[in-house]
Write a protein that binds this ligand. Structure first.
Ligand SMILES: Nc1ncnc2c1ncn2[C@@H]1O[C@H](COP(=O)(O)OP(=O)(O)OP(=O)(O)O)[C@@H](O)[C@H]1O
Ligand SMILES: [Mg+2]
Length: 235
């Protein structure tokens, strides 16, 4: 179980997270949804140990890892795919993958397995990072994270700005990875993609969890609330 409990996070003097409590269980796909600026990316960064907690705790399987550094968190089987994807443009797709293998001991995920998951990456393995499409970069970013053999995979808006046919490939990959026993924490701005792959949902607003529940509890009102279209007009 990877967990944040009562977590406060600040950027300078501005508080971004207010007492966030979120727990991602092994083998589950948990979705974190919310509008622009709700605090989704900050929550992922906090879970990854990329940004310190001012208050609260981060635990992994019950052990306190609040102060654990980013590299140590990565060694402790947490991986973050940031929305910026952070592909190294001057290296080929395969070199980007090779680089990820250098910092971690070998495990289940190999470059061959990444290519089986995303055949497009095999075709494009010699292409420079800068010449990859958005979808290819996303696949590469997920592949690179998998090569660290995570037990917890944190995905920040993996389908943002991608064509429907590519979104289908990313969704299929998330389902495959999840079935292989990796827990996935999926951040998206709306419920569209998450409701296909996640059973449990947390809705974030203004740095707080304002709702959490199961797939069958997501109704039109909740979706409308999230889209902001009818905000304030509901009784
Ligand atoms: N590097 C930063 N420095 C200062 N403030 C930041 C920084 N990153 C985020 N914030 C602020 O923290 C709050 C939460 O931002 P965050 O990026 O976590 O939201 P988000 O839900 O991921 O939004 P989006 O959907 O736009 O990605 C916002 O008010 C944002 O302006
Ligand atoms: Mg974000």
């Amino acid at each position: 179980m990877l967990e944040l409990a009562d977590a406060d996070v600040f950027y300078g003097k501005a508080q971004a997270l207010h007492g966030i409590s979120i727990a991602c269980a092994p083998n589950e796909v948990l979705a974190l949804v919310g509008r622009n600026g709700a605090g989704k990316s900050t929550t992922l960064r906090a879970m990854m140990g990329q940004i310190p907690l001012r208050q609260g705790q981060r635990t992994l399987d019950g052990a306190d890892i609040t102060g654990l550094s980013l590299p140590d968190s990565s060694r402790r089987s947490i991986a973050l795919v940031p929305d910026s994807r952070d592909i190294i443009g001057g290296l080929s797709a395969e070199e980007n993958l090779l680089l990820a293998t250098l910092s971690h001991p070998p495990g289940h995920w190999t470059i061959e397995r990444v290519y089986s998951l995303f055949p497009r990456l095999r075709e494009r393995r010699r292409a420079q990072g800068t010449s990859l499409s958005g979808g290819e970069q996303q696949m590469l970013a997920i592949g690179r994270a998998l090569l660290t053999n995570p037990r917890y995979l944190l995905l920040d808006e993996p389908t943002e700005g991608l064509a429907p046919v590519i979104i289908e490939q990313i969704v299929a990959a998330i389902e495959f990875v999840s079935r292989s026993g990796v827990a996935v924490l999926l951040v998206e701005q709306n419920f569209r993609v998450p409701r296909r792959v996640a059973k449990r949902f947390c809705l974030l607003d203004s740095g707080r969890v304002v709702w959490s529940g199961g797939r069958d509890q997501i109704d039109d009102r909740l979706e409308a609330m999230l889209s902001g279209l009818h905000e304030g007009t509901h009784a």
